[in-house]
Design a binder for this molecule. Sequence first.
Ligand code: SF4
Length: 331
Amino acid sequence: MTTPLLAVNDLRKHFRLGGGLMGRGTRSLKAVDGVSFTLEKGETLSLVGESGCGKSTVARSLMRLFPPTSGQVVLGDTRIDDLSAGALRPLRRRIQMVFQDPFSSLNPRMRVRDILAEPIRNFGLAKNRADLESRLAALMERVGLPREALSRFPHEFSGGQRQRIGIARALAAEPDLIICDEAVSALDVSVKAQIVNLLQDLQKELDLALLFISHDLAIVEHMTHRVAVMYLGKIVEIGPRRQIFLAPRHPYTQALLSAVPVPEPGAGRTRIVLRGDVPSPINPPSGCRFHTRCPHAFDRCRIEEPLLDPVGGGHFAACHLDGAALPAQAA
Ligand code: SF4
């Protein structure tokens, strides 16, 4: 068995909230509560789920923007969650991030040339000035922007072009993995498709791994290899794209997919409307966290937490209901 590019084991990120006198009654928000997955070189894994399910916190914990509360993050052969800032520095190059809002993630006072040169300089990638120049030109070409645009500022570009600059900045560090955190969510439909195609082309060309965080399942269905579905800080189902989209096993995944406007031919989805709101991650439900909204919940679900069990072909689901795919609920 080969070592995966990234292995995340039982990752938790709890945010402590204010407590009462003498620290009594201190509560914590369990944004990520025991998440495990692997990612191979050249693979796209999409992390999906409703807003607030913890997917962006997973991304930020991997980048150490939020130090994890517990668990392990292993990049290749190196455990990185417990490294000192100094030891982590050279490894940071290998994981880069593209954010949802390219405008706020690009320094408005820096020209594109300086934005792209920063990671190249920080990680000592250019041999000399000429090498730096040729790297900058190659990055612009790679993301489909004219070389002359290097002298412009972020506000002089459209939203899609700014996202191309964000992607070029991530590529400048020569990463193995790019985390795309809702990277196309704010873009118009046609621009969204162009950026997704660009990411796919870059992935093939550079054998990049992508962790694609999105609530847009239509986009995910188009471009991912595997899907992990999160609910209230946990992965409830994970597996290859076709199995997740054609034969989802978890009732939450079924409900999410039932809302995707363009199903795969023959999928025959019926809209499932979930009752109630997502419970608070400060005080998640006992047993299966989805039991307060699940149309199939029974007594065991309220007491015992289901584990991610294999259902065949690299597909896992955390649900006490066994056997055939669950019946869809008509709206
Ligand atoms: Fe629904 Fe029970 Fe399965 Fe949870 S374990 S998804 S409540 S059937």
